[in-house]
Design a protein around this ligand. Structure first.
Ligand SMILES: NC(=O)C1=CN([C@@H]2O[C@H](COP(=O)(O)OP(=O)(O)OC[C@H]3O[C@@H](n4cnc5c(N)ncnc54)[C@H](OP(=O)(O)O)[C@@H]3O)[C@@H](O)[C@H]2O)C=CC1
Ligand SMILES: N[C@@H](CCC(=O)OP(=O)(O)O)C(=O)O
Length: 448
């Protein structure tokens, strides 16, 4: 696409975003329900496009140039993926409108009232992996939060994405939401050109590998909300219940090994090696997980399947395997576990298994991650599971939005000041000057 056309896409997104400032919750609901019905009507057409994407991808899988997990992500037909995707749109419709919410109010003077009110970010540019349903998840979240979005998914999903976004745009054509609110681009070159357009685009969300996020951060002036790799750890403490430890570690690793919220590192307290390590590693091996063991854990596991054991190297603790592999390290206490996670983790999601509340609290306060869990699988790090309907992805940024990004992550705020000819000159410390009241206003309803 020419540079001129790319600028045109960004300009149209900007115009759509400006219009979206005025749409009502009811308008959004009409649009989301229309999207559900058009997607349902066009299901076979969308599946046909998805099948062609899969046929093309299969050639690459057979040639060994594409992973089986990428192929699995690409598949929109399998199981209940399509229905779950539609349910996500309906769930988002049911959630409260995130815009127009008053998060601060203050009476500065008689007749002078200040409100902080949530509002859309504006125009988003979201880059994501070859997972077709993400286009529907993000479009729904964008519409409900009043944002326009330009989307680019992984190249392997190009036909599925085109079918889905065309369906969404045709649904919007029958509503007050401008179809330009949801636009698709297809290539890295187009992204490169869009990254220059800080005049039209307000926020870039790169969702994918660390290298993608780093590339975007280094090549744009637009603020970036990075959704990068998940180097998640589970720490099994000396006061861990064995059954809970096995359940949490195994689920964190095998429930969906290619996801960013799968565990990549297992930290085990030294004092429970003889009791907990064997049941946990046996369960992992039963699930075909390859263990990258440090020398201390290796010396405690003389008799397990050696084809699934490797002595670890230092880099294993900085590796996102995204597969049935896990690095195992013995630590002395929770402090060492926290220190390890804070120096090797990716600030995504980390879990502790323990029955000791004090130790759990220490872990949850000390670990610097978007999600810190006690006796629960890292796989819960997900917008749907958090009750957000769906997610843009899992933010590994520390500011604006952290962890699964749903509707609240897609709004900012503005301060609205309602006066009656008030001027600053009248206020001050001297005689005859007015003093600020700074009284909280009891707000019960939405304001304009
Ligand atoms: N935190 C989160 O929410 C999530 C994180 N991830 C992480 O993503 C990784 C795996 O996903 P994977 O598909 O391999 O990710 P990639 O980063 O390889 O690709 C993701 C997307 O980024 C695009 N892309 C990559 N580099 C560039 C670039 N330089 N310029 C423009 N576009 C670029 C790709 O385009 P193209 O296809 O055209 O090459 C694709 O659309 C794992 O680390 C996983 O943890 C995955 C999902 C969610
Ligand atoms: N958040 C979702 C999906 C995670 C995700 O995006 O995975 P993937 O695209 O396969 O890296 C989940 O927990 O299953």
């Amino acid at each position: 696409m020419s540079t001129e056309n790319i600028v045109n896409i960004a300009q149209r997104a900007r115009i759509a975003a400006n219009k979206l400032q005025y749409v009502t919750t009811q308008d959004k609901s009409v649009a989301l329900n229309k999207i559900i019905s058009v997607l349902a009507d066009k299901k076979q057409e969308i599946f046909k496009a998805n099948r062609t994407d899969k046929e093309n991808a299969e050639i690459l899988v057979n040639a060994g140039t594409l992973s089986a997990s990428l192929f699995k992500r690409l598949d929109l037909e399998k199981g209940d993926k399509f229905d779950t995707m539609l349910k996500g749109v309906s769930d988002i419709d049911q959630l409260p409108d995130p815009t127009g919410q008053i998060t601060y109010s203050c009476k500065l003077d008689e007749g002078l009232e200040l409100y902080r009110v949530t509002c859309p970010v504006g125009v988003l540019l979201v880059i994501f992996e070859a997972r077709p349903e993400v286009v529907v998840n993000i479009s729904s979240l964008a519409i409900k939060s009043g944002n326009a979005v330009i989307l680019k998914g992984g190249k392997e999903s190009i036909l599925s994405l085109a079918a889905l976004s065309t369906a969404i745009q045709s649904a919007l054509a029958d509503t007050v939401i401008p179809p330009d609110a949801i636009q698709l681009v297809e290539t890295r070159e187009e992204i490169k050109a869009l990254l220059e357009l800080d005049k039209y685009i307000d926020l870039v969300v790169p969702r994918g590998s660390n290298s993608l996020v780093k590339y975007i951060q280094s090549n744009t002036r637009i603020p970036v909300l990075g959704h990068a790799d998940g180097l998640c750890s589970v720490y099994v403490d000396k006061d861990a219940d064995i059954d809970k430890a096995v359940r949490v570690v195994v689920d964190s690793k095998i429930n969906y090994p290619a996801a960013c919220n799968a565990a990549e590192t297992l930290l085990v307290n030294r004092s429970i090696l003889s009791t907990h390590l064997i049941p946990i590693t046996t369960a992992l091996q039963k699930a075909n997980v390859k263990l990258h063991l440090d020398s201390e854990s290796l010396s405690h596991l003389p008799s397990i399947d050696s084809s699934l054991i490797k002595e670890c190297v230092a880099e294993d603790f900085d590796t996102e395997f995204l597969d049935l592999e896990i690095a195992v390290k013995v630590v002395g206490d929770v402090e060492e576990a926290i220190q390890h996670i804070n120096s090797h983790g990716s600030k995504h999601t980390d879990a502790i298994v323990t029955e000791n509340e004090q130790v759990a609290k220490r872990f949850m306060q000390g670990v610097d991650a978007a999600g810190v869990y006690w006796n629960a699988s890292t796989r819960f790090a997900d917008g749907f599971r958090y009750g957000f309907g769906a997610e843009v992805g899992v933010s590994t940024n520390k500011t604006h939005a952290r962890g699964p990004v749903g509707l609240e992550g897609l709004v900012i705020y503005k301060y609205k000041l309602y006066g009656n000819g008030h001027i600053v000159e009248e206020f001050g410390e001297g005689s005859g000057k007015k003093k600020y009241l700074h009284e909280k206003i009891d707000v019960t309803e939405k304001i304009v």
